[in-house]
Design a protein around this ligand. Structure first.
Ligand code: NDP
Ligand code: X2W
Length: 335
């Protein structure tokens, strides 16, 4: 059994991770942590997240001595804000832990990216270079050898899983940038209270127009410029991305269908729904699946991609990466 620690366990993705690690036959849940001065320090996680009550009643421990926690752990899941992950991941790595980071702190290997989009200067270029991007269906060989896995963001997961097969097969005319419009549930903003996620303030609207940090994450990993506009929806969880792209000359709907079906034929967690179908949130909420639908008219394709932001967009994709890294059966603790 691998001793597994979750940092940021009281948050939304942390709670999802807690449940999956608890259910995983090869992982031992050895510690749940929050910040040193957290208002939730020493509370039971089951008292904070009712779905865990009676299953996991471990205390949320204040994270004081990172080295000491690292020395007693094999696997570390960081469900913490970007800058927190950036600051603590190297200590866990130095003690030989395998680190799976749900934040954006190690996703994009470019110096200016962190100052431009995250508001801090990256201090760990060496780890940034070694980090493996955890888009599970596409990066298995590298994830299997990684010390540090940077689990992709929620919008980038939904967007890339739909576009990547078509781009890699040369079916998209990249002269016209694919346009991604995506709507996320409010849990995408995390558990901490703020005015934007307050019940009476939430209203369907676009945000981060031309400035959201997921645009460069998607572009970098796809190797293709995109227009990306996120929207906040008045529901709790799930992301629906609707993507419009121009097809290369002469590409037919049959080719699009064959390419998507072949890309995911042995990948249980990504479900190509077929031509003329649209992905729905309801089918993926509270699951680790990504559903993809598509339609072609003339030279354009419209793809729809749906995931649960907290699961395929974060926690269950992290568990997929653990399963790949340690050679466990791919769906363990996910379905
Ligand atoms: N929500 C989502 O849909 C997605 C989130 N992500 C990313 O995953 C990460 C976690 O997100 P989410 O679960 O939504 O966040 P939450 O805000 O819900 O939870 C954050 C957690 O981190 C803890 N924390 C804060 N500061 C520290 C610290 N210094 N040391 C240890 N723990 C700390 C918080 O507890 P406390 O403050 O009490 O200490 C809390 O447990 C973020 O980087 C986010 O960007 C990625 C994809 C999707
Ligand atoms: C609705 C909402 O606020 N969503 C978050 C995205 C959450 C996510 O994917 O987190 P990463 O930053 O780790 O990639 C946002 O737009 O900032």
């Amino acid at each position: 059994m691998l001793k597994t620690v979750i940092v940021g366990a009281s948050g939304y993705t942390g709670a999802e991770l807690t449940k999956m690690v608890f259910l995983h036959p090869e992982l031992e849940l050895s510690g749940l942590y929050v910040s040193e001065n957290s208002v939730d320090a020493n509370k039971s996680i089951g008292d904070l997240h009712g779905t865990l009550k009676g299953l996991v009643d471990l205390p949320l421990q204040p994270l004081k001595d990172v080295s000491a926690v690292a020395k007693a752990a094999d696997v570390v899941l960081l469900a913490t804000a970007h800058e927190v992950s950036h600051n603590i991941a190297p200590t866990f790595l130095a003690e030989g832990c395998k680190v799976f980071d749900l934040s954006g702190a190690f996703r994009v290997q470019s110096d200016s990216f962190y100052t431009d989009y995250y508001g801090f200067e990256h201090q760990y270029g060496e780890w940034l270079e070694k980090a493996v991007y955890g888009l599970a269906e596409w990066n298995e060989a590298d994830i299997a050898k990684a010390d540090l896995v940077a689990v992709p963001g929620c919008y980038p997961t939904a967007s890339q899983l739909a576009l990547k097969p078509l781009l890699d097969a040369g079916l998209i005319d990249t002269q016209q940038w694919p346009v991604i419009n995506a709507v996320s549930g409010v849990s995408g903003a995390g558990r901490k209270a703020s005015m934007t996620n307050s019940f009476c303030e939430v209203s369907l609207h676009a945000y981060g127009v031309f400035t959201h940090r997921h645009q460069p994450e998607i572009s970098t990993h796809l190797g293709c410029d995109v227009i990306f506009t996120p929207h906040l929806g008045n529901f709790k969880r799930g992301i629906l991305a609707t993507i419009t792209a121009k097809l290369a000359e002469g590409v037919s709907e049959v080719q699009v269908t064959e390419t998507l079906e072949k890309a995911y034929e042995n990948k249980t967690l990504v479900r190509p729904l077929g031509a003329g179908q649209s992905a729905k949130l309801q089918s993926v909420q509270n699951t680790g699946f990504c559903d993809i639908g598509w339609s072609v008219k003339g030279q354009h394709v419209i793809l729809t991609s749906a995931i649960d932001n907290l699961l395929k967009g974060a926690a269950s994709q992290a568990i997929q990466c653990i399963n790949i890294r340690f050679g466990f059966s791919p769906l363990t603790a996910i379905v």
